[in-house]
Ligand binder design. Structure first.
Ligand code: ADP
Ligand code: ZN
Length: 737
């Protein structure tokens, strides 16, 4: 029997209190329960505004966990409002959960990647305006009266416009809203993008291109998951071929995601897209304004935006109907996110395509070893474009043996290379000297005592930047003026730069070729992306003779006049004991060399090396890519390395080296025993000290088919908590092992 006063309880008469789970973009293990206020309809996937502690934030109504405990609705906070944006679809929710499982990360952190682009104001800031209500104040200040007069026509205006028209500050308008004289209304969103036209300008494809295009178009028509590798040398027309599949998706009213490693720099790509489809694709990366991203987010969710070209974060956009995914330059290391949620965008793109039932094409001239193995095993269907579109040959690579024909001490360009550069510019061509080292010199050394100047909070040398007259840490950004005397022995004028960076190379070229027009291209270029775009354009237009550049120039640019590439130090990156070094060096140098001779110019490339007999150099010089992959694949298989085994790295970091090491050891000691997994370490991480944090690494290795994520999750559940400054990061499929 209910007690008599229970009859007074409103809950007996009102509709039952509804409770839903809301996943918030924070690092908690599960969704929180909230009350749904009366009169509000919410469903799984809806984006809502909810209170958490002292603030409001966006969250997503989440499927209720099967083992969810019953909660007392009386103790719950209430959803504030539903956010006016399309709900996340079940496929997107499945994707978020899949990544959380796989990367051993709280799902809220993955949701954050999907909602992150405008954290302060919530996703896709709603556009609001104000208009008059029926209420009039009895008395009003002159400022308020002017606002009321300005809005007397009854039309809606943006708040700022209303204030401007009335010549008052926006706070006056706010005051009128507070008093109910004005009301806020949500305006329809501005259009996010113009629609690309699939038939705007269709090129005549070469037979090999047409074949590739046909296979992709079929796959898009099939509306099912199907993974491809488009494997073709640089300039073979891969882009034009996959554009046909994009066109087909547009015709079907389905969306396309094109992932690129360095979107901020690929103006040339956007222009090309516009030539083919009449308009540029929606661009998505961190340099796009918050407002614009908000619009694109909405447009992607509503289906209005049909093609997005973006950086890895575009993977988390809420597509309404994804039909095609392209991962351009799929081998690029920039696809791996190394902080927060550690994910590899290429691999997750395949997962997303599978969940969405979309076709996906990974595109590369030098596929990653993982992708190559997948293609060889038939998991990905290989589409081959063996020849350059323009008919020019892929440049020949010629080794320059630095042991026999190196430059004099203190110089970096071998006489033979210098001659070839001069000859090239005399003939009206451009030359690129490639050195993957920013700054003037990678190391500063004291001639008197041998002291090397290190970063005070990282385990790295300080790099001299002569243009900026200072020493900089490339890990943490620490910078200090170049000292007059050695900080160790105080000997004046004893510090000498060791080794070359691009600035030093520039100095050398200027001495060797005083009349040549030079341009250094590295991420240090003052003026940021805008300036870089301008310089790239100047190069394209032939206003530069010699480009001295870091890997910034290796990616995707099209320099029509580039006839010669000289790699100053082909050995950088080899021989650090990293099993992936050979693959990376091969990809990078192949890519850089491939910049030469794109159009009607036959290109040449030179590799300066101390180890011309190294298999990587041999493969590059012989132009025998398959031999390189055969050998690397055999080595990986033999040594039980990915993709023939799986790794998960645990990075333990903290400010105190002993406590950090002790915690790493404690973690190692409590790893669950199973014959399927071997835990290696702890050892100092490849970067042992970063920003004052000491880093130790544990590596768990398993067979290919083993569920390493579940193993690590179970391990962490039973592990001692990291307290104080200690932190443990989980990096599944780490880039280095
Ligand atoms: P990749 O993506 O393999 O590096 P691209 O698609 O960029 O190759 O093609 C290289 C060059 O050839 C580009 O300038 C492109 O515009 C041109 N090209 C490729 N295919 C065609 C075609 N069918 N008709 C006209 N130009 C083409
Ligand atoms: Zn540092």
């Amino acid at each position: 029997m209910p007690s008599p006063d229970a009859a007074d309880s409103p809950s007996l008469f009102a509709a039952p209190v509804r409770v839903v789970d809301v996943l918030l973009p924070v690092a908690v293990g599960s969704a929180y329960s909230y009350r749904v206020p009366e009169g509000m309809e919410v469903a799984v996937g809806d984006i809502v505004v909810v209170p958490l502690a002292t603030r409001n934030m966006l969250g997503c109504v989440w499927p209720r966990a099967q083992n969810a405990r019953a909660v007392d609705p009386g103790k719950l906070k209430t959803i504030q409002r539903r956010y006016d944006v399309a709900p996340l679809r079940p496929e997107m929710i499945a994707f978020i959960e899949w990544i959380a499982e796989y990367t051993v990360t709280p799902p809220g952190m993955v949701l954050r990647l999907a909602l992150r682009h405008d954290e302060s104001a919530g996703i896709a800031r709603e556009r609001t305006g104000v208009r008059l209500t029926d209420r009039r104040p009895e008395r009003a200040t002159p400022a308020r009266r002017r606002v009321i007069e300005a809005l007397a026509d009854g039309f809606v205006r943006a708040k700022a416009d209303a204030a401007r028209e009335a010549g008052v500050s926006p706070s006056v308008v706010d005051g009128l809203v507070d008093d109910g004289v004005l009301e806020t209304v949500v305006l329809p969103p501005e259009p996010a993008a113009e629609a690309p036209d699939p038939d705007h300008s269709t090129p005549e494809l070469l037979p090999a291109q047409a074949e590739v295009a046909a296979r992709l178009v079929e796959a898009v028509e099939a509306r099912a998951f199907q993974p491809f590798l488009i494997d073709g040398v640089t300039g073979s027309g891969k882009t034009e071929a996959y554009f046909e599949a994009v066109a087909q998706a547009i015709r079907q009213g389905r969306q396309t995601l094109i992932l690129m490693p360095e979107i901020a720099l690929t103006q040339a790509f956007l222009d090309r897209f516009a030539r083919r489809f009449g308009v540029r694709p929606a661009e998505w990366h961190s340099a796009v304004s918050t407002k614009r991203r908000g619009r694109i987010f909405r447009g992607v969710a509503s289906g209005e935006v049909s093609v997005v070209a973006g950086a890895r974060s575009a993977l988390f956009l809420p597509f309404r109907e994804l039909g095609l995914v392209i991962v351009d330059e799929e081998h690029d290391g920039a696809y791996k996110q190394e902080d927060g949620v550690h994910y590899h965008a290429r691999d997750m793109a395949v997962v997303r395509a599978r969940l969405e039932g979309a076709a996906i094409a990974l595109v590369s001239a030098t596929p990653s070893l993982e992708t190559e193995v997948n293609a060889r095993r038939g998991r990905y269907r290989r589409l081959h474009l063996p020849e350059r579109f323009a008919g020019t040959k892929v440049p020949r690579l010629e080794p320059i043996d630095l042991r026999r024909e190196g430059p004099p001490r203190g110089q970096w360009i071998a006489p033979r290379l210098a001659q070839e550069v001069e000859r090239t510019i005399e003939a009206g061509g451009q030359a690129l000297l490639f050195l993957n080292r920013r700054g003037y010199a990678p190391l500063t050394l004291c001639r008197a005592c041998g002291h090397r100047i290190k970063c005070p909070s990282c385990s790295s040398w300080l790099v001299e930047h002569r243009f900026r007259r200072r020493l900089e840490c490339h890990q943490c950004g620490y910078a200090t003026p170049v000292p007059e005397a050695c900080p160790n022995c105080h000997e004046p004028h004893s510090l000498i730069p060791c080794g070359p960076g691009v600035e030093r190379l520039h100095e050398e070229v200027a001495k060797l070729m005083p009349t040549a027009r030079l341009q250094v291209l590295s991420s240090d270029l003052a003026g940021g992306v805008e300036r870089l775009r301008a310089e790239l354009k100047a190069i394209e237009e032939g206003e530069v003779d010699v480009i001295v550049g870091t890997q910034l120039v290796a990616k995707g640019h099209n320099f029509p006049g580039l006839a010669l590439v000289g790699v100053i130090d082909a050995d950088v990156g080899l021989g650090h004991g990293d099993p992936r070094a050979a693959e990376r060096t091969f990809q990078l140098l192949h890519q850089v060399a491939g910049r030469a001779g794109r159009h009607n110019v036959e290109g040449r490339a030179f590799l300066q090396t101390y180890m011309p007999e190294h298999p990587v150099m041999q493969a590059l010089v012989e132009g025998d890519r398959d031999a390189f992959y055969d050998r690397e694949i055999a080595i990986r298989e033999e040594a039980h390395l990915p993709p023939f085994a799986r790794f998960c790295a645990l990075i333990v970091s903290g400010t105190d080296p002993h406590a950090t090491q002790a915690h790493a050891r404690a973690l190692a000691a409590c790893s669950p025993m199973t014959p399927a997994v071997r835990v290696l370490g702890p050892a100092e991480a490849p970067l042992a000290l970063v920003r004052g944090r000491h880093r130790y690494r544990l590596l768990a290795r398993s067979e290919r088919g083993f569920d390493l994520s579940s193993y690590v999750r179970a391990w962490m559940a039973g592990a001692p908590r990291a307290s104080g400054s200690l932190r443990v990061e989980i990096d599944i499929d780490p880039q280095s092992f």
